[in-house]
Design a protein. Sequence first.
Length: 255
Amino acid sequence: MDERKKVMRMLFAGYLTLFIMLLFLIYLVAFHKKGNAMLSQISVEGSATITVAPDVANVSFDLSTKERTPAAAKEANDAMLSRLNEILKKYDIQQKELKMNYINIRPYYEYNGNRSDIAGYTAQKMITVKIKKIEEYNSFIDELLKIGVSNVNSVEFSIEDVKSTKDEAREKALQAAREKAELYSKLAGKTVVDVLEISEHEASMRYNGLSNYRSTIMMKQGMASSAEDAGGESMQEERGSISVNASIVVVFSMK
C-alpha cells in the first residue's frame, strides 16, 4: 500500500512539473509576440559608389604576317613572336599573365575583274597580355608598334583587387541605409533598434573612359613614326576610372 502511494506521489510530482513547464512556455511565446508587436519595421535601400583608378590593363592584339607561301608566313610570324617574347621579358610579364591561341594560316586573294587569284598567305596569332604595372602600359603599346603589330583588338582597364573594392562599396551602402533609416525613424518619432534582414543587388563595376580604343591605337600608329623622327615622347593615353557600385535593401526594427 505504501509503495502504491509512493508511486502516486511521484506521478503527481511529474505531472505538476510538466504543467509548470507548459505554462512557462506559453508565457514565453506570449511575451515574444507582445515584444514583436511593440516593434515596427522600416525597409530602406542603401547604395554607394567607389571610384578608383585602374591598375591593370588587358591588351588583346594580333601578330599578323603576309608572305607568298604558308611556310614563309609562319616563319615570319614566329620571328615576330620571338621579338614579342623579348618585350615580355623586358616588362617582366609572366606566363600566367599571357593567353595565346594557335596560329591561323589562310590565303589572301587579288581580284582582277571576275577572277580571284591567291596572292599569298596570312599567318595570324591572337594574344592577350595582362599588364599589372599599368604605368608601363603606354610604352608597352609603343614596343608592339615597333615590332609590326598593326591590329589591337581591345584594351580593357580594370583593377586587380576587385573583391576589396566591392566590399568597401558594400560597407558604405550599409552605412547609407542605416543613416536613411535613422532619419526616417526620427521623423516618425521612433528609434532604430536592429537589422532584421539584408538583401543585395549584385555589385557592379563600370569603366569610365574612352570607348573606342581602336581609334586611339590608330592615332598612336599614325604618330609613332613622326614622334620617333622628332625624338619626342610616346603619346600619353587617358586611362579613365573604374566605378564599383553596391546596392542593398535593409529591413530595420524600430521602437
